[in-house]
Design a binder for this molecule. Structure first.
Ligand code: HEM
Length: 410
């Protein structure tokens, strides 16, 4: 394939499998201007690592630039509300304001609070496993459901409402980084944000009147102590769902696919279930659901002889960094026993993912129970997995048909 096609990030083939393009860029063009995204791509581990630590020069206040990169000037005004609301998410904040927003959620995301969810996550997963048909699409019938049901429990909202959240979170996420899907554009992203805010404004109001033992009530309690406004609470409450649902569901599904595509690795895990934790880390390194992050430069920055200008958008390509041979020996090998797996799937530093412990616990429970109950599950030869190829940042599968084998209800 010629280089131009390889690096054409508007091609669905490149989106579906960008790893060859990343390998080329890491070696030949580590500070690459991508005209499709109107953004610089940093692809080496050391550069991504350094950029995310450098919050002085790399700002997270990125929503306006992301929208400008997707939408022509004459249509930008209609997204003013989107930009305003999304700029209040902690994800888009810097410095003191960012710290305050993280603090607001701190109580709800302590390791102890998360660990206390183990039994609930087990019960949710167990019930979902019991309902599976012997041959089933595990994306639709397991991986897309468990994270939503956990979030329903955390937020104290009805299960059926939680299962519908993805129509909002997907519209927002996929639009933000250059949707290739004609059904997901600025109008859908705006509608998604507005509907989500209306729904959760209502939940907040209910919890204010009658506090419960849930995340929203805990955040509200913290907001009284820190004198934060309802808008600040709403912004972070909505953002957790945007950050946590699509990514978790997709990462579980991607992880299982890679495991089954590497039968020796699956066999090793079945023989030694204690490998489940390193296996999850390898799934995150090998193919991260949230494959990059964005920053805006506060200053001119020069790397490897290339100068990026103040105001430019920069993409920190985590998925590429995680396959950098300078950091990971034999990086294209899926190896659940890999040591020193210091991957960047959850980011680092001030914006380090707040859902890391929750995802790790969720994945540990789901894979442990899944393999205990269906030790012989396998891909189905004539029904292949279908990847989603409508955006570069959020990787995931549309469907993963699986034969559950022994243990499945007949
Ligand atoms: C496999 C699943 C997940 C992946 C790969 C992932 C990845 C990431 C990454 C890379 C960031 C940093 C973004 C940046 O630096 O710009 C981030 C931030 C964040 N994530 Fe996750 N995430 C996952 C699941 C979750 C879950 C389950 C939650 C919560 C329920 C969550 C909540 C957050 C929050 C609140 C932030 C913002 C932190 C900040 O800006 O200070 N994430 N995530």
């Amino acid at each position: 394939m010629d280089i131009q096609s390889l690096l054409d990030f508007s091609r669905r083939e490149t989106v579906r499998d960008p790893y060859r393009a990343y390998a080329y860029l890491r070696e030949h063009d580590p500070v690459y201007w991508c005209s499709h995204f109107h953004a610089w791509f940093l692809t080496r581990y050391s550069d991504v690592f350094a950029a995310q630590a450098d919050t002085q020069r790399y700002s997270s206040n990125r929503m306006q630039q992301l929208v400008d990169a997707q939408v022509p000037p004459e249509k930008r005004a209609q997204l003013a509300t989107f930009v305003k609301l999304a700029s209040e998410w902690m994800y888009s904040q810097d410095g003191r304001t960012h710290k305050d927003s993280r603090h607001l959620l701190g109580k709800a995301f302590t390791p102890r609070t998360i660990e206390s969810l183990r039994q609930t996550i087990e019960a949710i997963t167990d019930a979902e496993l019991s309902a599976l048909e012997p041959q089933t699409d595990l994306m639709a019938n397991l991986f897309n459901r468990v994270p939503a049901l956990i979030l329903a429990h955390l937020y104290g909202i009805p299960r059926e409402d939680a299962l519908k959240l993805r129509r909002w979170t997907d519209c927002i996420l996929i639009f933000l980084v250059g949707s290739l899907d004609p059904d997901v554009g600025p109008a859908q992203a705006l509608k998604g944000v507005e509907e989500m805010y209306a729904y959760f404004a209502d939940v907040i109001e209910q919890r204010r009147r009658q506090p419960e033992d849930d995340l929203v009530s805990r955040v509200l309690e913290a907001s009284v102590e820190s004198d934060s406004s309802t808008d600040q609470v709403l912004a972070q409450i909505v953002f957790i769902l945007v950050a946590g649902y699509t990514t978790s569901a997709d990462q579980l599904c991607i992880g299982l696919l890679h495991l089954l595509e590497h039968p020796d690795q699956f066999e090793a895990l079945r023989a030694d279930p204690n490998l489940v934790k390193p296996a999850i880390e390898e799934m995150l390194r090998f193919d991260s659901a949230g494959s990059f992050s964005h920053r805006v430069l506060n200053d001119d920055v020069s790397i490897h002889g290339v100068t990026m200008k103040q105001g430019d958008l920069v993409y920190l390509m985590r998925a590429s960094a995680n396959r950098d041979p300078a950091k990971f020996p034999d990086p294209d090998r899926f190896d659940i026993r890999r040591e020193h797996n210091d991957h960047l799937a959850f980011g680092r530093g001030e914006h380090f993912c707040m859902g890391t412990a929750l995802f790790r616990l969720e994945a540990e429970v789901v894979f442990t129970l899944l393999f205990q109950r269906f030790p012989e599950l396998s891909l189905i030869a004539d029904k292949t997995a279908i990847w989603r190829d409508n955006n570069l940042q959020f990787r995931g599968l549309k469907s993963l048909p699986i034969d559950l084998g022994k243990g499945a209800a007949q």
